[in-house]
Structures are given as C-alpha cells and as structure tokens.
Ligand binder design. Structure first.
Ligand code: ADP
Length: 268
C-alpha cells in the first residue's frame, strides 16, 4: 500500500459459518485506504456487509483474511484512538447531558478538571449548550444522538466510525443532523468511516462514497463527491447533488434488487 496513515484495509475478508459446510461471505477481499482526515461513507443494500466491515475496523469482529491498520497500527481489538457512534440510543437515562458526555472520560480515568473542560467544549461543538442539565427523556431523538456524538468526540479520537447513527430519526432531522456532522467534521478533521443505506445522507456527508455489493461484500464502485466542503442541508436540492445521487443509485440499484430477490426466496 502507499502510505500507512489513516485507515488501510488490506485484502480484508470476513466469512461466517452458518451451518455444516455453509458460510456467508460478508466481506470479500477489500483493499482500500481512507487517508487521514478524510470522510468516507459506505452504502449498499441491507445485508451486504457494511456493519461487519465497520466492526472489523473497530476491532469488535475478527477478520478471516487480511488486515486493517489505523495510523500504522494493526487492529487486533478496540483502540482508544477510535471512536464509535451507533444507531441505538446509547445515552444513560439516569445521567444528565453533561454527565453523559463526561461518562466515557470518567471510564478512561481522565482528571475531573479536564473532563469538565472537554465536556463543556464538546457540548458547545454539537450545539447542545443550554441543555447540560437536561435528562435524555427530556430530549428529542436527534438531540440524544448529539449527546452520543459528543461523548465520543470528547475523547478526541483520531478516527470516528459511525454505523447508521441517524437511522431511527425522521428524514428531515436526519438531513439536518447530517449537515451538523459536516460542520463538526470541518472543525475536528477526524478520519471518518460512515455506514448508511441512505444515498443522500452519504453524499451530503462525505468526500468519497464506496458502494458495496450484496454477498459477497465487495467495493464495486467509488464515487468522489466534488461538492464544496462548507455544504449545508440545502445542497440536496442542487443539480450537482442530484447528478451524484443518480450516479450512486445506478450502482446500488442492481445490488439492492439482487439482495431483495435473495432474501425474498422461500427456503425449501
Ligand atoms: P449490513 O450492515 O450491510 O446490513 P451485515 O454486515 O450486518 O450487513 O451482514 C452481512 C451478512 O453477514 C448478512 O448476510 C448477515 O446475515 C451475515 N452476518 C452478520 N453477522 C453474522 C454472524 N455473527 N453470524 C452469521 N452471519 C452473520
């Protein structure tokens, strides 16, 4: 491979044994690199292997073939330099916003003054200033996901992995939060790998979109998003955005139909 910074996937493969002599090839021979400070999204039909790929990069799932390296270090398990944000609401209902954001830093054994300083700064960054004392039950789903994002970002990871973090939200909130993620990323400049099945979300957020095929999960198309970096949600109605959306959709469409046909088949 060229340089050793960022995230490097080298001949990566993951197979799951599903029964005697049967297996699912969730990830198949993927060799790609996400350079430092780049934002890449993976799109593809449900069941194509996106979450499995992300879990391997996170060190939560072992690869059956190949390797992942992050900033030159081989991934063999979870790493503190790697932050995770998942779809599930991971806020702790008995803690207020401030303490939710402090929580991961507490676990990491950081000093109290630094926890407070970083929590204040990150709450501001994600647009939750004024809500420090609110409890999750008093917040909307979108705000709870901002809390989860703040908790991850407060640890200042060099790499952030996100698996459909806004999937439970309505489309409007999802696009607005997506635009917030772009704004935050322009300030923090972490290396981000974002998994979604939503093509517009992928284009709105990323510099590059990888399209993954339905079993075996391979990267079958790579689309550079040549839109200005200081984009907001209004960009989704521009002709340039539409052109990219059509371009990605053409690649995803055939795979989605293949996945749909496979999963609709009645087992004998
Ligand atoms: P996606 O995130 O794109 O929806 P996944 O990565 O969740 O896809 O799954 C990819 C494929 O691997 C699916 O066919 C799924 O059923 C299979 N799979 C995922 N995890 C396991 C597992 N632990 N055991 C067996 N099969 C699995």
């Amino acid at each position: 491979m060229c340089t050793r910074t960022g995230i490097v996937l080298d001949a990566l493969g993951v197979r799951f044994r599903t029964g005697p002599g049967t297996e699912v090839v969730a990830v198949d021979d993927i060799t790609r690199q996400i350079p430092d400070h780049h934002f890449v999204s993976i799109v593809g039909p449900s069941g194509c292997g996106k979450s499995t790929l992300l879990a391997v990069v996170a060190g939560l799932q072992k690869a059956t073939h190949g390797t992942v390296t992050i900033d030159g270090r081989r991934v063999v398990g979870p790493d503190r330099a790697v932050g995770l944000v998942f779809q599930e609401d991971s806020t702790l209902p008995w803690k207020n916003v401030f303490d939710n954001v402090r929580f991961a830093m507490q676990i990491a054994g950081m000093g109290r003054a630094e926890q407070n300083e970083r929590a204040t700064e990150t709450i501001e960054l994600v647009g939750l200033r004024g809500f420090e004392k609110a409890f999750p039950a008093e917040l909307s789903g979108g705000m709870r996901q901002r809390v989860a994002l703040a908790r991850t970002l407060a640890l200042r990871p060099s790499v952030v992995l996100m698996d459909e973090p806004f999937a439970a939200l309505d489309q409007q909130t999802r696009l607005l939060l997506g635009a917030e993620v772009v704004r935050i990323w322009r300030q923090t400049h972490q290396t981000v790998l974002f998994v979604t099945h939503d093509i517009s979300e992928a284009i709105l957020l990323s510099q590059q979109v990888w399209v993954m095929s339905y079993r075996p999960g391979r990267i079958i198309d790579v689309v550079d998003v040549d839109l200005p970096q200081d984009r907001d949600a209004s960009i989704v109605s521009t002709p340039e955005f539409n052109r990219l959306q059509n371009r990605v959709w053409r690649s995803v469409q055939a795979e989605s139909m293949r996945g749909f046909a496979s999963e609709s088949r009645v087992p004998r």
